[in-house]
Ligand binder design. Structure first.
Ligand code: ASP
Ligand code: MG
Length: 439
């Protein structure tokens, strides 16, 4: 048994839905298929909610009606038989009437989450109906019965494990189990979600809970590339990554995967494979627990980084200085990404500047503070353990002509990060590709 998750673009049109249906029905293996909403839908639902918060029902209704027309048009392309097209049209009308009903109620974040859940509910119903029309042995399971978060809004893994095992046991004998990505219930039983892009997370949670042989994340690119393909030419997909390497790349900008989603898969030891719906036979990227010594895997960059430096002669020989500094970040719930220290100062970076002013004011108690905005963290991922001699130098070689503000090495055995200015991002990424992958 395996889990296959298809993102918004992979189910973005009737044509794409048909390709997905073909992919999931081409052999006799049992599959759990996790679907995103059709691309653009969640954004539109966010926009609709925006109008409802502003008490503008007309604005909301205009968007709801437009979205409904789009979906009705999809049914003409997707279904061959009148029977299934009619059944789906009826379902869609009920769905959109439900959306319209929110224009008459008091609108809060609770209602917004219910609205956001409809994108995945619609895409999974449409796909299930299509598979049934094609004669497939399929069943739709509601993710609202399986995925739950705890009081900290984190997935409640023991609940999810129990539920998914029970639901599978109660519904034996199907070839294709369809469910929604992204959506869940929270600790209070209300409809909630795993945050934007959370469908990957759903797939990994279910795969880990059922200890499936593999979790496949299908997107529209052939795996994780060794550098940002939007910026650097001639990037190639990385064939294999350790879970930690993949998490680091996802966090530092490789948009293909939700950064925290692979943790459950890692703990359960279930491999994750990134595959391309546009090129289904391409090998993609395999993420598992094996670590390839002596190889640099990839480079990624994270934008909008703020660098804060605190200099103080009081730090000299003093203890407790860093604790005081860190406490300030803790109070403002701001996490630190990179950190470098010397005897008389500390530089660190944050990617959430919401409380920057307050943090800086507090830090001034302990030293002279300077702030640089619009910085970029460039991270190199692979075997960067101390005994893999020379790889740090190879990475640093790329910075011969580029001003580097910070270097962080040794935090883990598979990462070295550099902080550069925004205007140097492109040439930094290119230079790293040239030195690490093309020489
Ligand atoms: N539909 C949700 C979003 O657009 C979840 C997902 O696609 O992963 O964020
Ligand atoms: Mg996604």
């Amino acid at each position: 048994m395996k889990v296959m998750k298809f993102g918004g673009t992979s189910v973005g049109t009737a044509e794409r839905m048909k390709s997905v249906a073909q992919l999931i029905s081409c052999d006799m293996d049992t599959k759990i298929v996790v679907l995103s909403a059709m691309s653009g839908t969640t954004n539109t639902l966010v926009e609709i909610s925006g109008y409802l918060y502003k008490k503008n029902p007309e604005g909301a209704n205009t968007l709801i009606n437009k979205l409904e027309q789009k979906y009705i048009a999809h049914t003409f392309e997707l279904y061959k038989t009148e029977e299934w097209r009619k059944a789906t049209t009826k379902f869609l009308h009920e769905e959109f009437d439900y959306l319209r009903s929110f224009t008459k109620v008091h609108f809060t974040s609770f209602e917004e989450k219910v609205i956001l859940a409809q994108g995945e509910i619609i895409s999974t119903n449409m796909m299930t109906n299509y598979l049934k029309e094609c004669g497939e042995n399929t069943i739709l399971l509601s993710a609202l019965d399986i995925i739950r978060t705890d009081k900290n809004a984190e997935p409640d893994f023991s609940y999810i494990s129990n539920k998914s095992q029970n639901i599978m046991a109660e519904n034996p004998g199907y070839k294709i189990y369809i469910t929604q990505g992204f959506i869940c219930r929270n600790a209070y039983g209300e409809i909630d979600n795993l945050l934007r892009g959370g469908s990957d997370y759903t797939a990994c949670l279910i795969g880990a809970a059922l200890k499936t042989e593999e979790i496949q994340i299908w997107t529209d690119i052939d795996g994780m590339h060794n550098n940002d393909p939007r910026i650097v030419e001639n990037t190639v997909p990385v064939r294999q990554l350790h879970f930690e390497e993949a998490a680091e790349l996802a966090y530092f900008g490789a948009k293909i995967l939700h950064p925290t989603c692979i943790q459950p898969a890692k703990f359960a030891g279930v491999p994750v494979r990134l595959l391309n719906t546009m090129d289904p036979t391409a090998p993609g990227t395999l993420i598992n627990n094996s670590f390839q010594p002596g190889t640099i895997k990839a480079v990624a960059a994270k934008d909008d980084i703020v660098c804060i430096q605190i200099e103080s002669s009081r730090m000299l020989l003093a203890h407790g200085f860093l604790r005081k500094v860190f406490e300030i970040f803790e109070i403002y719930k701001t996490s630190i990404d990179m950190i470098c220290t010397s005897e008389v100062g500390v530089s660190l970076t944050i990617d959430n500047a919401a409380h920057l002013n307050e943090i800086v004011e507090e830090l001034k108690k302990y030293g002279t503070v300077s702030v640089e905005k619009e910085m970029v963290i460039v991270c190199v991922v692979g075997d960067l353990s101390a005994n893999n001699i020379g790889f740090e130098t190879m990475a640093s070689e790329a910075f011969r002509q580029i001003p580097v503000r910070m270097i962080s090495y040794g935090g883990s055995r598979h990462n070295i990060s550099f902080l550069v200015q925004k205007e140097d991002k492109k040439r930094t990424l290119q230079a790293l590709s040239d030195t690490l992958f093309h020489s």
